[in-house]
Design a protein around this ligand. Sequence first.
Ligand SMILES: [Zn+2]
Length: 447
Amino acid sequence: MFVFRTVAETPGTNTIVMIVCLFFALLTAGLTTAEPLPASASADRMEQRIKALSQFGANTDGGVDRVAFSDADIKGREYIKGLMREAGLTVRVDTAGNIIGRREGSEPDLPVIMFGSHIDSVPGGGNYDGDVGVIGAIEVAQLLHENNIATRHPLEVVSFTDEEGGLTGSLAMTGRLKTAALGIVTHSGKSVGDGIRFVGGDPDRLELAQRKPGELAAFIELHIEQGAILYEAKIDIGVVEGIVGIRWWDVVIEGFANHAGTTPMNRRKDAMLSAADLVLAINNVATSMSGRQVATVGKIRAEPGAPNVIPGRVVMSLEIRDLSAAKIQQVFEAIEDEARRIAGTRYTAIHFDEIDVDVDPAPTDERMRRIIASAADALGLSHQSMPSGAGHDAQDMTHIAPTGMIFVPSVDGISHSPKEYTSPQDMANGTDVLLRSVLTIDKGALE
Ligand SMILES: [Zn+2]
């Protein structure tokens, strides 16, 4: 305003050019600078709630033993339900035991925007894994409630059942929980089926907990990184590209066991030498390709396993992880080529037995990544794209809804430990990004 008036009082050819330039500069700025958030997360309130939640199942190390289906889990769940009600949400527990707090939208026919995480912990766990996502999701609902902000879409805040025991609640919600899983005995001492009943669900009617593709407009999970990338680089927000897929093999190398004293060096079929070559080749394959694939040999056993016998057989593990199933296959095939070459030069046989670990890559939705990155930009927060090496409920949700995931820094990258810590400001930053992403989706960014 000041610039315009000053310039207008002293018109001339140059100043008119300047006015035109300034006008377009301001117009462009006006188009790209997003509106301010209608409300911001309270770091204090979130910190207080994290502390209150951490009382349920508190252990003497400063962390929690709030394993799913324990008495501490029940107390934590009651606390969360209370917070949801305070945020104006209507609370229900689905047949899988997931706690769902709902807020109606102005256009009831629109699909639900869902966001949340989990509050169960591993034994000897910390106070932030999962908890930040649930407390953050409730904070978003509370900010909308306190500021009388209506959304077009119905919103649902979710706290999933038994994440740490095997993503039980999100598997059930996506119709993928296997019946056999209900019999697995959890850290609480109860089976998954009995546990679901204990927290108010009904394991005999899990189909009622299923949400069909199209029922949800989007799913977003806010979570601590559980690694040190953001913390070490001093970056505020991680835009999760997806949860990596995992494949495992037993690699069996057959040579010929023989006397280590009497067999000359040029007459040996040494399985251990082949294994050594192969370990190096696996590392070389994974590092020579572009991308962030990882390949690891973490376990090895030589047979018969005596100092005076040339190893006749070696069994070792191979693990490959990546966001792309095709990339994992490509890495594996390159390793197979190397194995054929090594087997030939060392007079051994090498074969790969795959072990079914059933962890497919779960890429997040590209549009959701853009929405989360723009939300961080608009809030002046630095961000970085990154895969998640750990599993999350979000990976199940990718099967039924456009899914996004927001990471906030973990101090020193420590997780699944009482030493787990994320600062109140980082929690609030992540929650602001969540709020802004929800509002952007509500305005039709995915339509
Ligand atoms: Zn978690």
